[in-house]
Ligand binder design. Structure first.
Ligand SMILES: [Zn+2]
Ligand SMILES: [Zn+2]
Length: 273
């Protein structure tokens, strides 16, 4: 089941790379990362031991990992990034590789505690990727095993790990769609009201313009004129095959558009596209 999730992402990336050639390089790199994550996730059962649960059971996503057990797998990940990533990221991987195991543990611990929660952007976006890409499968599996607490449909952060959303998802329901937010750290989805800013909680419809580009009918850019943030929501009522984390990666022109119009993303995706 886990394998099929990663396979599905790779297939979607392949399809989108053909449809949106400008995103080809990034999607190809994403496929390499996904293949690595798929292999790593198969080993998760043997890597779980030792982490002490902290806090109420539904919020233990961030406290279940013995990060030292992961170290032997990290050099393979860094090598893969050096071989296949765009140049600046490949160089960052080389620099991190040279730092050695104690520094890696520090990076992991920092990311595991605060990934998706920092208010300012991380000082080093490349280093952030080098942790997030590696640890993502563990966060996703940890979240899958949790029962989400009963909660309102207005939570601006993930009910399981308190990270901000990386994207929205609109799923068909009745005549319209039901909106969910997708966690940037653990991949959990939680229901969220349709007319509500996911950054500041603005609820006046006039302040919340929605933009859809012809090139990406399956993606809504949901902006907020109060806090000037935006969220990209993948609209499954327009394309039932769309996959939020993959389609979002391909939408590079929408990022340029948002930049030009002075809207800032709530939380960047894995490859900052
Ligand atoms: Zn989460
Ligand atoms: Zn807002």
């Amino acid at each position: 089941m886990k394998t099929s999730r990663y396979e599905a992402r790779m297939l979607r990336a392949e399809y989108l790379a053909e449809k949106y050639p400008f995103a080809g390089q990034i999607l190809q790199f994403f496929q390499h990362i996904t293949r690595f994550q798929s292999d790593l996730s198969a080993r998760i059962p043997e890597l779980r031991g030792g982490g002490q649960p902290v806090g109420p059971p539904e919020k233990q996503v961030r406290s279940e990992l013995n990060l030292a057990l992961l170290l032997p797998y990290y050099p393979t990940f860094l090598t893969l990034v050096r071989q296949h990533a765009p140049e600046p990221l490949a160089q960052a991987a080389e620099a991190v590789a040279a730092k050695g195991a104690p520094a890696w543990i520090e990076l992991f611990e920092d990311h595991w505690a605060s990934g998706g929660k920092r208010v300012e952007e991380s000082e080093d976006a490349k280093e952030d990727f080098l942790c997030r890409g590696f640890l993502q499968p563990f966060a996703e599996v940890a979240a899958e095993r949790k029962q989400a607490p009963i909660q309102s449909t207005a939570s601006l952060v993930c009910p399981l790990c308190e990270a901000r959303p990386v994207a929205g998802i609109l799923r068909p329901e009745g005549d319209g769609g039901k909106r969910f937010l997708l966690c940037s750290f653990c991949g959990h989805e939680w229901e969220f009201r349709r007319i509500l800013c996911a950054s500041c909680g603005e609820e006046r419809e006039g302040q919340l313009p929605v933009f859809v580009a012809e090139q990406f009918p399956q993606i809504r850019v949901e902006a907020c004129d109060t806090c000037r943030h935006f969220l990209r929501t993948i609209d499954l009522t327009k394309d039932g095959n769309a996959m939020p984390i993959v389609d979002d990666l391909a939408a590079i022109p929408l990022t340029l558009w948002a930049d030009e119009h002075g809207y800032k993303r709530i939380e960047p995706n894995l490859l900052k596209t």
